[in-house]
Write a protein that binds this ligand. Structure first.
Ligand code: NDP
Length: 257
């Protein structure tokens, strides 16, 4: 289980799926020991739920400012996390923060595409690069053979809308072109990172949470956040080197690229 990881970092942890992940990880029967819950405005109104949860679990949850589009905040966060985890490193990094604009090709703009790329692709890219020393430290400190999320891993939250093979079936219902292209970019980033870093024993995987009733998923979504997160956490717990670079849904089913 992801909760067996000693230290975990989640981006976009103040609402939606990110906040639910924090909740389930600290309330698990084997709770994580240190959970870095990152959000872009820890003192703002949108982080109130997270701050309340953090007050209940002051020894576990550390709320840290991280804006996925701001490299200096990523560097600052990596520095703070490094001081806290020391040579034990960071076991699990979950790139969950994301943005979605619903436009079609004819409605979209360069600005839309740039925004989607800044958060959904450049964010995870910079975050992986800056946290790499901590992930490497965790892999080294673990001493367990093979790969797992309790050793050293990056889980990138993708979407079935990134799947190129299913565009014909899903485009009319969900155009969201900048989102689709950026999440497909995130998928390629993940495959490249998995290949480049396989000798470091860092596991990389892509998870689709399902169509979830959050601010992003809307009320017409098919499942609620607790069900999605329960599924994703148990999939994370089951990952080994066999699933390195896999693209799975919240029930562990492989998705078409
Ligand atoms: P929400 O819109 O409910 O929450 C998005 C989260 O991302 C918020 O915490 C938001 O913070 C954060 N965020 C956005 N931009 C940034 C940024 N620049 N820096 C840091 N944090 C940022 O979305 P969900 O919880 O539904 O989605 C979570 C992930 O799951 C996303 O990656 C999404 O693409 C993916 N997903 C969701 C699906 C669904 O049906 N809900 C389906 C498939 C994938 P803030 O409050 O500051 O805006």
């Amino acid at each position: 289980m992801a909760a067996h990881a000693v230290s975990v970092l989640i981006t976009g942890a103040n609402r939606g799926l990110g906040l639910e992940m924090v909740k389930q990880m600290v309330e698990a029967s084997h709770p994580v020991r240190k959970l870095f819950a990152c959000c872009r405005d820890p003192e703002g109104a949108r982080a109130e739920g997270l701050q309340t949860l953090a007050k209940k679990h002051p020894n576990v949850i550390v709320v840290v400012r991280l804006d996925a589009t701001d490299l200096s905040s990523i560097k600052q966060c990596a520095k703070q996390v490094g001081l806290e985890v020391g040579t034990g490193g960071l076991n699990l990094l979950i790139n969950n923060a994301g943005v979605l604009a619903k436009s079609t090709l004819q409605e979209t703009s360069a600005e839309d595409m740039q925004n989607a790329f800044n958060t959904n692709v450049l964010g995870p890219m910079n975050i992986i690069k800056e946290f790499l020393p901590h992930l490497r430290a965790a892999a080294k400190a673990s001493g367990i053979p093979g790969m797992s999320t309790s050793k050293a891993a990056v889980v990138n939250i993708s979407s079935f809308l990134a799947s190129m093979e299913t565009v014909k079936q899903s485009y009319a219902l969900f155009p969201a072109i900048s989102y689709r292209i950026s999440k497909a970019g995130l998928n390629m980033l993940t495959l490249c990172a998995a290949e480049e870093l396989k000798d470091d024993q860092i596991l990389f995987s892509l998870l689709h949470p399902g169509w979830v009733r959050t601010d992003m998923g809307g009320e017409e979504g098919q499942i609620d956040a607790p069900e999605s997160v329960q599924g994703m956490l148990s999939v994370m717990a089951s990952l080994t080197e066999k699933q390195n670079a896999a693209f799975l849904d919240y029930e562990g089913r492989p998705l078409a690229w």
